[in-house]
Design a protein around this ligand. Sequence first.
Ligand code: FAD
Length: 295
Amino acid sequence: MTSVLERISVDRVVFSVEFMPPRDDADEQQLWRAIRELEGLDPAFLSVTYGAGGSRRDRTIRTTGRVARETTLVPMAHLTAVDHSVAELRNVIGWYAAVGVHNVLALRGDPPGDPMGEWVKHPQGLSYADELVRLVRELGDFCVGVAAFPYGHPRCADLDTDADMLVRKFRAGADFAVGQLCYDAADFLRLRDRVAARGSDAPILPGVMPLTTPKMLGKTLELSGAPVPPKVAERLEPLVDDPKSFRAAGIDVVTEMCEQLIAEGVNVLHFYTFNRSKATKEVLGRLGLVASRTP
Ligand code: FAD
């Protein structure tokens, strides 16, 4: 039973990949093609997000279980407290253990329907992720990760309070954190400094999303909670009508950010794959982390 912490505590640069539970059978086939393509590149772990509703949630359990059973990869399942009583959370955590998943990303989650709406906890549920960290830890030999926000969680008053909350999650028993995506290495490094200044040296993995289409650029604010950095917008916006050049420049931007992170001692890069492998493979190839392939 290999933990994520073991897989990322190494003396070389490694990467991890994040997938979403499939929506339907066609999606599932696409997902498994991408998983198989990335498996050969030996990611440190593969994580699967936790959906907002029942069937997506079942698919998270099924997918991570299949990864544990049928691949050489180390799976990590996300779990949120949304609409769950503590008894239900115990049940899901029990299912994870039963299907061979011993790494959990413990999250509070967003209010269903409107991510910026008011958080209302389940009457028998939890209010914050640190409580879920404690619950997962209590229930067995799990390695536990949490979310981190280079630009601060959208609901947090300021970056210092946000860093205090992250450190609270580490003190509750989290082993590491995965960062929300960003496109400026300096923003991530400032988060790392804020956490280090509070006496924590738990690993924080930067979230990397290869920017391959103008649509993705448009979704950055929604996904990261922060606008695209001006220097990135200046490079990419003039190319929105030229898909090929946009893609090439988007891959450049992300590769350069990863190079800066590595130069600053970051040794794990967490890729948001959107269930595709090609762009992630390209960035890894450019970084010299796998044999470079022509797209
Ligand atoms: P928390 O850490 O509980 O923070 C929520 C808010 O409460 C913050 O403003 C924080 O500052 C504040 N806070 C935290 N603890 C306390 C405390 N003890 N007292 C007072 N205030 C506190 N969502 C999904 O639905 N499914 C997923 O699979 C998923 N995966 C994600 C993966 C990553 C890497 C990231 C970065 C986010 C992911 N999310 C996912 C989104 C996440 O659930 C939301 O961003 C959610 O709003 C915050 O979750 P959290 O675990 O950071 O919450």
